[in-house]
Design a protein around this ligand. Structure first.
Ligand SMILES: Nc1ncnc2c1ncn2[C@@H]1O[C@H](COP(=O)(O)OP(=O)(O)OP(=O)(O)O)[C@@H](O)[C@H]1O
Ligand SMILES: [Mg+2]
Length: 214
């Protein structure tokens, strides 16, 4: 099997609370993998370890053959939307993504504009992002996650605040991503999204991850 992400014996505590408890799992390439579980169970912490934002106390995360925090600080070719995306409030959507793109200098104007169009926003809209609605901010977060054409998308409740048409557009977008051979990890509280999109489903319960047999 071609596993793009391997999580091997990962544990993480905050103070004396065990938030990830010996998590073991592998995510196959070109599939959509769902993670469900109640509030505070450790889903977001797990996603952050995959992105290299936090380091496990024990175990390791391997992305595309590279050990995170050892071979490489952050995985390459990963796009993420984790919790509410933060943007500078007093610039436009285009300027926001242009600024983020400029940090790595990998994508040009047309690619940024296309990412904004893909998520249903207008790249010529001069409105400051601080005045965007919840759903518009969420869409912009997705535009940021996809703009560098990553191989892996890490999506923490990406449908937050989206209207019905937004939800169905994003479902199509995610399925197209998968068809292009990309891998998606999707955390969601919406069983409809999980059922419709995911090839595999795991449940997090007090830091313990187990696979859900459908
Ligand atoms: N930086 C931190 N410092 C201390 N505790 C933390 C920190 N980050 C997360 N936690 C704790 O880890 C546990 C898991 O949090 P996490 O955000 O992963 O939950 P979740 O499964 O994503 O929940 P939700 O469905 O509400 O998003 C919680 O008890 C949380 O308080
Ligand atoms: Mg969370």
């Amino acid at each position: 099997m071609d596993d793009i992400i391997q999580i091997e014996g990962v544990s993480k505590s905050y103070k004396d609370v065990l938030v990830l408890d010996n998590v073991n799992c592998a995510f196959e390439r070109a599939k959509i993998h769902g993670i469900v579980g109640r509030n505070g169970s450790g889903k977001t912490v797990l996603l952050k370890t995959i992105c290299g934002f936090i380091h496990p106390d024990k175990g390791r995360v391997v992305v595309d053959g590279k050990i995170i925090g050892q071979d490489i600080d952050f995985p390459k070719n990963i796009g993420a939307i984790i919790e509410a995306p933060g943007f500078l409030p007093t610039i436009s959507a285009y300027k926001s993504l242009e600024y983020l793109a400029s940090l790595r200098n990998v994508v040009g104007k047309e690619v940024i504009r296309q990412a904004i169009v893909t998520v249903g926003l207008n790249p010529d809209d001069k409105k400051h992002v601080g005045k965007y609605s919840l759903g518009m901010k969420q869409r912009l977060g997705l535009a940021q996650a996809i703009m560098e054409n990553p191989d892996i998308l890490i999506l923490d409740e990406p449908m937050n605040g989206l209207d019905n048409s937004g939800v169905s557009e994003m479902r199509d977008l995610f399925l197209n991503f998968k068809a292009e051979g990309k891998t998606i990890i999707l955390v969601s509280h919406n069983s409809e999204d999980i059922k419709m999109l995911c090839d595999t489903v795991c449940e997090m319960d007090r830091g313990i991850l187990s696979s859900v047999n459908e």
